[in-house]
Design a protein around this ligand. Structure first.
Ligand code: KG4
Ligand code: ZN
Length: 337
């Protein structure tokens, strides 16, 4: 079995996965959304302290499996370095005590493997990754060959939901709040700009749309003066603009890449309005849409464990003393490192 640990942002999660069957034997997670909602976003130092309390607590549930472990998997990039460190310290301690190797896991690759929890992986595959930290289209040729075809030049999709929610005086995380409000809103009320609409660039950009929301909130008298219906309509109009932007750029990729399977992963892939739009797009382009179960869209250790099974077979094992948090630079198009 492999014990996997995830602490790249504000979710502390630990899982145990059986190598031979790929079965998820145990999974637990403690989210810090309530603690961060007061600040309208994740506060790294607070997140780190909360991981230090939560990780040992949820580790207890894995005690029955500790003697059956072959490796400890842990997310070591990309993410908040202070929170990654909490998971890494725990992984190193267990690995040293039990004399086990560590499997370092790239968080974005783990999100891709959220599609294959308790399943065989399907490749080749085109993936739209929409999380709090990233927006990318990735060509997954195989476990070893993943290439970024398009990326955001500024904010990510999840981040834009969070920031817009904050500007409208809503809580954190903004994604689920905006999605819910939008259900009873008029998505055509506000004429918001569709990012890079007239640009041939195959890239994403959300900061201009964020600014348009800021100006609209001001025009409505500020977050405190907006009516409930204003909030609903603005949430719906914002979500529509994000959808149209994602679809437009995805179509440009579809025109060049003829891989049949297309997937959406990451926290924002839990958004049913976006999922629905991609179902229609995939039918139009004769693609098969893959999505992860809703519970595995946001950060979790089950996807880390699933990725780690492949890494284990590829012998990507490290000495616990030699592993550290990888400080990854903002990645442009090219090999997903
Ligand atoms: O993948 P994730 O858990 O963490 C990162 O790797 O960043 O993604 C978290 C992001 C947050 O920005 C959150 O607002 C967004 O995913 N999110 C959503 C929804 N649920 C979570 N965005 C839009 N609609 C949702 N339903
Ligand atoms: Zn994530």
């Amino acid at each position: 079995m492999i014990l996997s640990i995830e602490s790249s942002c504000d979710d502390s999660s630990i899982a145990v996965t059986e190598i031979a069957t790929k079965k998820l034997i145990h999974h637990s997670k403690i989210s810090q959304e309530v603690e961060h909602s007061f600040y309208g976003g994740v506060v790294p130092e607070l997140a780190s302290r909360l991981h230090a309390v939560a990780l040992p607590k949820i580790l207890e549930g894995t005690l029955p499996y500790l003697d059956k472990l072959k490796a400890i998997a842990v997310t070591n990039q990309p993410g908040l370095s202070v929170t990654l460190n909490e998971g890494l310290m725990m992984a190193k301690t267990i690995a040293s005590l039990k004399k086990l190797p560590i499997i370092p896991v790239h968080h974005l690759k783990a999100h891709i493997y959220s599609l294959f929890i308790e399943k065989e992986a399907i490749t080749p595959l085109l993936v739209l990754l929409i999380s709090g930290g990233h927006t990318q289209i990735i060509r997954v040729q195989s476990f070893e060959h993943m290439e970024i075809l398009a990326t955001s030049i500024d904010d990510s999709v999840g981040e834009s939901f969070d920031k817009c929610a904050k500007m409208m005086g809503l809580g954190y995380p903004g994604g689920p709040i905006i999605e819910k409000l939008a259900l009873s809103g008029d998505e055509h009320r506000f004429d918001l700009p569709i990012p890079l609409r007239n640009s041939p660039l195959i890239a994403f950009s959300l900061s201009g749309l964020k600014n348009a929301i800021r100006l609209q909130v001001l025009a409505l008298g500020g977050a405190d003066e907006m009516s409930e219906q204003d909030r609903r309509d603005l949430a719906a109009s914002f979500q529509r603009a994000v959808k149209l932007h994602l679809l437009q750029k995805s179509k440009k990729v579809f025109a060049k890449e003829h891989i049949k399977n297309f997937a959406i992963v990451g926290g924002a892939s839990a958004n049913l309005y976006l999922r629905n739009a991609y179902e229609i797009l995939c039918k139009e382009f004769d693609k098969t849409l893959l999505v992860a179960p809703l519970e595995y869209c946001s950060d979790n250790a089950a996807m880390v464990g699933r990725y780690a099974i492949e890494a284990y077979h590829q012998k990507q094992l490290s000495d616990p003393h030699k592993i550290s948090v990888q400080r990854s630079k903002k990645q442009q198009n090219g090999t997903l490192l």
